[in-house]
Design a protein around this ligand. Structure first.
Ligand code: HEM
Length: 447
């Protein structure tokens, strides 16, 4: 006999928050605290009120896992993410659904095969070396902002293949346009209004489209090993390829997906290695054992750095919440969710649950070691890259980029961070340290 699904619990008056915005400001202040409160009061499928509607929070690995697996195809990405990130990432892979998503994902998979990853790795090293060349090491080093610039520089080379016709000033304008699109998610005014985050993002999207369309004919005519050119030329065994519009839409989304996430991960690693010098030394010893431009396989073999990266992704998931929208009624953990409901999947909350992790707030990379494997406490206990059909297509690339940056930093520099330092996070869109995550960075002797 199957149990009759329960209705969504009623939202208590105290939990409604402010008119229309609901508890959005509480989320911005302390997302995990808000999610924990709802978990304790309502369980894994909790109501919450925000931006004028009652949505659900899916909390814990069982509820998140059900939505990610999406067996009855009730959860859609496009209508959920486009409400949050706005129209600026129009028709990016993450915003497509069902058969259309499947078709595009099969083509894009060709851009992330092993031989492609190896050729991206070869391009990564000189781009990183050039990006770090001007790093001054006197005084407090705002690591987050420097890494953000570095990952933008890397993207200009690896994604664009350089932009030969574009002046430095114009490239600056493109970078600003791109950042405006990324920051739109946190906008309260959700329309094309001047001087608002959304207003800037509308103009930003136009700048990016014009920029990419300018280079498209050249990319189509001459294959090269940057991602822009790769997207122009890949096809499936059945001969399916991307149209010009697809290439532009996917490029804008890919650069966004690759940029802030890798920056957040690398800066989190810098913070913890600065606070835990024994781990910094352990990672440095492995980096020094390799040459200056390690291969894909050698980067993958940096085992201590790999443990640290996993722990950084657990403690500060660059995408702390995923969103979905139900296109039909469904049941999660025995609770009925009506069609037309927005859902927030609390990945970061799961990463900090006592039920699945020992001392979850503590930096302890060994929890991922073969002897402990705490991430196996539940299939969906550790999901910084999501799961199911939308699982991050760039996760191996991300690992290589982060490790290649860290490899060079560990060989060339030493740094410290006050053990008591806690970064003040801005949680309006992806979580970033508002103070730029200052570290004391010094160049190693003889680098
Ligand atoms: C540490 C870095 C990264 C993290 C934490 C991360 C996280 C995620 C997550 C959680 C999703 C799932 C979204 C959902 O289910 O709604 C996702 C999707 C995606 N990511 Fe990443 N990402 C990272 C780096 C990258 C990089 C470097 C690229 C590209 C080079 C990339 C490209 C994508 C794409 C295209 C999707 C959409 C996949 C689909 O819908 O089929 N990501 N990412």
């Amino acid at each position: 006999m199957t149990a009759v699904p329960r209705p969504l619990p009623d939202l208590r008056r105290d939990d409604r928050g402010l008119p229309w915005v609901g508890r959005l400001f509480d989320y911005a202040r302390d997302p995990v605290g808000l999610f924990r409160h709802h978990w304790e009061h309502y369980g894994p499928v909790a109501p919450w009120y925000t931006l004028g509607t009652t949505s659900v929070m899916l909390l814990g690995p069982d509820a998140c896992g059900e939505a990610l697996q999406n067996r009855d195809k009730a959860f859609a990405n496009g209508p959920a993410w486009s409400q949050l990130v706005g129209p600026f990432f129009h028709r990016g892979l993450m915003l497509l659904d069902f058969d259309e998503h499947h078709g595009h994902r099969r083509i894009m998979q060709e851009a992330f095969t092993r031989p492609r990853l190896e050729s991206y790795t070869r391009r990564l090293h000189p781009a990183i070396e050039e990006g770090m060349a001007g790093w001054a090491t006197d005084g407090a080093f705002p690591s987050y902002w420097r890494l953000k610039q570095l990952t933008l520089d890397i993207a200009a080379d690896l994604f664009m293949g350089g932009a030969q016709d574009t002046s430095v000033e114009e490239m600056d304008r493109v970078n600003r346009a791109f950042i405006a699109c990324v920051q739109a998610a946190g906008g309260v005014v959700r329309a094309d209004v001047p001087f608002t985050r959304w207003g800037r993002a509308y103009r930003g999207r136009k700048v990016l489209e014009a920029f990419l369309r300018h280079y498209l004919p050249a990319k189509r005519s001459r294959p090269s090993d940057d991602i822009f050119s790769v997207l122009c030329h890949i096809e499936t065994d059945e001969g399916d390829r991307f149209t010009d519009d697809d290439v532009v839409n996917h490029m804008i989304f890919l650069m966004m997906a690759a940029h802030d996430t890798s920056t957040i991960t690398t800066s989190t690693i810098l913070q913890y290695l600065g606070q835990y010098p024994q781990w910094q030394e352990r990672c440095r010893a492995e980096a020094l054992a390799l040459g200056p431009e390690p291969s894909t396989a050698e980067l993958e073999g940096l085992t201590s750095l790999d443990l640290v990266m996993r722990e950084a992704l657990r403690l500060r998931a660059p995408v702390p919440v995923l969103v979905r929208h139900t296109v039909k009624e469904t049941v999660v953990q025995g609770v009925r969710i009506p069609a037309g409901t927005n859902a927030a999947l609390g990945l970061q909350f799961t990463h900090l649950m006592d039920e699945y992790w020992t001392a979850p707030e503590t930096f302890d990379p060994e929890r991922f070691s073969p002897e402990r494997r705490e991430d196996r406490s539940h299939r969906f206990a550790w999901e910084p890259f999501g799961g199911g059909v939308h699982k991050c297509i760039g996760l191996y690339f991300a690992g290589l980029e982060v490790k290649a940056i860290m490899h060079r930093l560990l060989r060339g520099y030493r740094w410290t961070v006050d053990p008591a330092y806690v970064p003040p996070l801005d949680n309006h869109s992806l979580p970033f340290p508002k103070d730029g995550l200052p570290i004391s960075l010094v160049a190693s002797a003889g680098r």
